[in-house]
Design a protein around this ligand. Sequence first.
Ligand SMILES: [Zn+2]
Ligand SMILES: [Zn+2]
Ligand SMILES: [Zn+2]
Length: 332
Amino acid sequence: MNQLRWDPTLGEWVAYATHRQDRTFLPPAEYCPLDPTKPGGFPTEVPRESYDIVVFENKFPALSPNATEAGGGATSGASAVTAMAPGRGVCEVVLYSQEHDSTLAEMPEGRIRNLVHVWADRYEELGSLDFVEYVFVFENKGEAIGVTLHHPHGQIYAYPFVPPRPKKELESARAYHAANGSCLHCDLLAGELEDGRRVVFAGEHFVAFVPFYAHFPYEAHVYSRRCAPSIADLDDAERRDLARVLKRLLVGYDELFGFSLPYMMAMHQAPTDGGDHAGLAHFHIEFYPPNRTADKLKYLAGSETGAGAYVVDVLPEHTAGTLRGAVEGAGL
Ligand SMILES: [Zn+2]
Ligand SMILES: [Zn+2]
Ligand SMILES: [Zn+2]
C-alpha cells in the first residue's frame, strides 16, 4: 500500500509504503540480486548474461504508479487537518555497472558520461508523466548510509509533489530573483569562483566546490556554469564535462581517507510540474559524505533533526583545501 499523509505542522508529505515490510525473498549471502543472471544460476533482477547500465522499476517502491484512492483506507483517520493522498509515483533503480565490486569513482569517464545520458533520459521520460512533479535522482553509498546492497547503483524517485528541500531552494531562488533580478545559483557560483578558497575542481562547464554554508564537513556541490534548468538541457560538451568533474571529485573523495568514501548524492533541478523555472532552477548535484574524519561520522542528532539547525565542527575553507589536495594528488 502506497499512501501519502500530510504533516500540517511542517507543510509536507510523508510517504508510507507498507509492503516494503513484506519482503520475504532472502537470497543466499553470496548472491547479489543486481548481478547479471549467470547461466543456470539464481535469477537476478537482470535476466541477462551481461550489461552496461540498467534501469528497472523498484519492486518494493516508496511510490507506485498504481496507487489509488482506495489505498488510503477509510479507517486511517484523515481529516480536514490531516489530509491523505495516494502514494502515486515511480521508483527506479539504476545499475551503474555489472561489476559488483566497482564504484562510480572507479568507473571510466566514458561510462559516467553514458550514465549522465541515462539520467537525462529518465528525467525526461518520468517528468513527462502527468502525475509526476519532481524527478529526484540520488545515490546512497556505503554501510554508513545504511546501504545493504553493495552493487554500484543509484535510484530515482518520481514524486507527485515537489519535495520540501528542492521546494525550499526554489522559493529562496524566487525571492532572490525578485530582489536582485538574477539567478541565485549563478551568483553563488560566481562568488565561489571569485573567492576560490572552496573550489575543489573547476572544469570547462562544471565546477565542484564546498559551499560557503556546507552542512557536512566534506559536502560538495557540482554546479553547471551555464544556467541550465535541468540535466536534459545540457548539451554534449556539458555532459562530457560533467562526467569529467564528477570523476575527479569522486576519486578525490576516495583519496581523502584511503577508502571508498560513503556519501549521499542528490540531484537538484527544475520540477516537472509544468511551471516555468527558468532563472530559478539551476541544475546541480550535491554530495553529503557522513565522515568527519576517517573513523568519525557526523550524526544527524538533536539539533539537526529536531531543530533543523546544523552544527559543523570544521570550516568549509579548511575541508575544501584538503579535498582539493586529494583531487590533485590523485593525478587524473
Ligand atoms: Zn552485485
Ligand atoms: Zn543560474
Ligand atoms: Zn541544491
